[in-house]
Write a protein that binds this ligand. Structure first.
Ligand SMILES: [Zn+2]
Length: 275
């Protein structure tokens, strides 16, 4: 599944090309994504200039004077630049065509989305999909104190709280397991039990884990422009615990354990990670 680092890598890719260019044609080949692509979008966008390519959580925001396109890559989607004359592949559902560039949303499972938020509907942050998102991990709003204030009133397991995305966005399944391992925190620890110093360690671990993933994603940026990347794969190679059940912990040698929390697999070291 594309996680925040892959989405940010995609954003950086499209942000080098789309802004300042006018849409020659916006075409929808299959509107039945997670939600239907609005039928009036092709007419609305023709001739309009992209102002900026931004991101909020795992949503790409393509901004125009009249409003903002909200694009989600779903479970297995990708948004990539393709040559003007390349034939469309199966599962290429949506196309942005500029005079000298072309982008296709490829989404085999159709869990992705292309929505529209008109400028007169208010700030983009008020859109129902974005309104309840936690802070951005690389923003100044994400601090040890903010993390502590977010987890402290909640009894749920810290792994579940991180995945929820209401405190901080972008800590997906891989990153939650890896961050908790780095911070030495048992993923089953209730939020209420996490002290300030442990939250500070977790805060640093989240930034380190996501930062590393973004770096490896960034190194594939050139590939992204011409081909589909391998979301997550680069990072998983360096995982200390994720998908390593039964293998020795790199730090203490104990066998990594796999448990299921909220229907998602969690990996941790029972030796290094404390409640
Ligand atoms: Zn260990």
């Amino acid at each position: 599944m594309p996680e925040l680092p892959e989405v940010e890598t995609t954003r950086r890719g499209i942000a080098t090309i789309m802004p300042g260019r006018a849409v020659r044609k916006f075409q929808v080949y299959e509107p039945r994504l997670r939600w239907p692509v609005p039928a009036d979008l092709p007419g609305l966008l023709a001739g309009q200039t992209v102002l900026a390519c931004e991101r909020r959580g795992k949503y790409l925001l393509i901004r125009f004077a009249q409003g903002t396109q909200i694009v989600h890559l779903g479970m297995s989607g990708s948004l990539r630049r393709v040559p003007l004359d390349e034939p469309r592949r199966k599962h290429d559902h949506v196309e942005w065509l500029f005079d000298d560039a072309r982008f296709l949303l490829h989404d085999p499972r159709r869990f992705g989305a292309v929505l529209w938020h008109p400028a007169n509907a208010g700030p983009i942050g008020t859109h129902p999909l974005l309104a309840k998102l936690g802070v951005e991990p690389f923003s100044a709003d994400f601090t040890p104190a903010q993390l502590h204030a977010g987890v402290q009133p909640r009894r749920q397991a810290i792994k579940t709280l991180l995945l929820g995305g209401h405190i901080v966005v972008g800590v997906g399944n891989i990153y939650a397991s890896e961050s908790l391992y780095l911070a030495g925190i048992d993923p089953r620890t209730p939020g209420t039990r996490l002290s300030r110093p442990r939250c500070a360690r977790l805060h640093a671990a989240i930034l380190q884990t996501l930062g590393q993933a973004l770096e490896s994603g960034g190194s594939t940026l050139r590939d992204y422009v011409n081909a589909q990347g391998a979301p997550g794969a680069y990072f998983t190679l360096h995982a200390a615990v994720y998908e390593r059940a039964g293998q020795p912990c790199p730090r203490c040698g104990q066998a990594i354990r796999r448990i299921v929390q909220g229907q998602r697999a969690t990996y941790f070291c029972p030796g290094c990670q404390k409640r």
